[in-house]
Design a protein around this ligand. Structure first.
Ligand SMILES: NC(=O)c1ccc[n+]([C@@H]2O[C@H](COP(=O)([O-])OP(=O)(O)OC[C@H]3O[C@@H](n4cnc5c(N)ncnc54)[C@H](O)[C@@H]3O)[C@@H](O)[C@H]2O)c1
Length: 315
């Protein structure tokens, strides 16, 4: 399978380094508007370098990894779909629903296999907690929560309000995807955000009400001075959660003992890339796809709207 990387920054490089380890996959082309970046990565991979993604798309690649900044996913995705290439697109799908709609229309019309890079799903702890719920062990959903603190000052396009959707759209998109993977579609949102030392929101807390019952809670901060994460699910029959390390704690209400499980797994980026490669090879649709990515974007936009208006946003 021949692959092209569009956007040779941090994530383009990260995917290229994992893809080259997958049997039968060859990264044959790299593109970046900053040609020196394209050339540097292409040289390491012994691949062709391009400045314009349309030139990359005219080569013999089967699939592309779109790793451009959030605001620049649309054009490469639409052009790749028109060229009949399968598409892995980094999260979030886009910053606006208008862009997302055009992208969804393009991949649907072209019938190409497509996926959004919601990598939390490929962390063994996140997938194990979710599996316990999906298998019915925890009972009905009461609350699913996720809190991630990452001390960081958004730089370049991440810190520029013209190009960035702030912490909710860029970062919490992962968390909202994970919560919706558990709880399904969201019927209303209430949120608060803060902005300190930057021009984009860098702290967010939100409560989601799921259409099928249960609550989702997300809290993310770049302002927090201490990093780390915790997440979990309280169900009517039991709880599964992770508190800062790689151990999943599970306890059913009917049991005395807490089970402690350390699930094993490979590098999550390798796991997600290998999964998409497998989907393309087998001709089967991938999850989460761009249609789902648009639903997650709808919720993260509502988080910003709720915070700005101090009102509940209903769908
Ligand atoms: N899954 C994750 O955990 C994770 C982590 C970080 C970033 N991301 C996502 O990955 C994407 C890239 O983020 P990054 O941190 O690598 O950004 P980056 O700024 O490091 O790299 C982006 C690259 O894309 C290039 N570029 C911009 N417009 C282009 C275009 N039209 N055609 C070709 N190249 C173009 C830029 O020159 C830059 O080299 C973003 O969507 C981001 O949200 C995902």
């Amino acid at each position: 399978m021949k692959v092209g990387i569009i956007g040779a920054g941090g994530m383009g490089r990260a995917h290229a380094m994992q893809l080259r380890q997958i049997n039968g996959v060859e990264v044959v082309a790299v593109c970046d508007v900053d040609e020196s970046r394209a050339k540097e990565l292409a040289n390491e991979l012994n691949a062709m370098a391009f400045k314009d993604h349309r030139d990359l798309l005219s080569t013999d690649v089967d699939a592309v990894w779109v790793c451009t900044p959030d605001f620049a996913h649309k054009e490469p995705v639409i052009d790749a779909a028109a060229a009949g290439k399968h598409i892995f697109c980094e999260k979030p799908i886009a910053n606006t629903l208008e862009d997302a709609d055009e992208m969804v229309e393009a991949v649907t019309k072209a019938g190409v296999i497509n996926m959004i890079g919601y990598v939390l799903r490929f962390y063994p702890t996140f997938s194990e907690v979710r599996r316990r719920f999906a298998d019915g062990e925890l009972g009905e959903l009461v609350t699913a929560w996720i809190r991630r603190f990452m001390p960081w000052t958004p730089r370049d396009w991440y810190g520029d309000p013209r190009f960035s959707g702030g912490i909710a759209i860029d970062f919490s998109t992962h968390d909202v995807d994970w919560l919706m993977w558990i709880g399904g579609s969201v019927k209303c949102v209430y949120a608060r955000t803060a902005m300190i030392g930057t021009q984009v929101e860098n702290d967010v807390w939100a409560i989601l009400t799921f259409a099928n019952g249960g609550t989702g809670v997300v809290g993310d901060s770049f302002i927090a001075a201490i990093g780390g994460a915790c997440f979990g699910i309280v169900g009517s029959n039991g709880t599964a959660m992770v508190e800062g390390d790689e151990t999943v704690l599970v306890k059913l209400r009917s049991e005395q003992e807490v089970q402690r499980i350390t699930p094993s797994g490979v590098n999550p980026v390798l796991a997600e890339d290998a999964y998409f490669v497998e989907c393309v090879r087998d001709g089967k649709s991938a999850e989460p796809d761009l249609v789902w990515g648009r639903e997650v974007l709808k919720v993260t936009i509502a988080i910003r709207q709720s915070a700005a208006s101090n009102e509940l946003v209903n769908f």
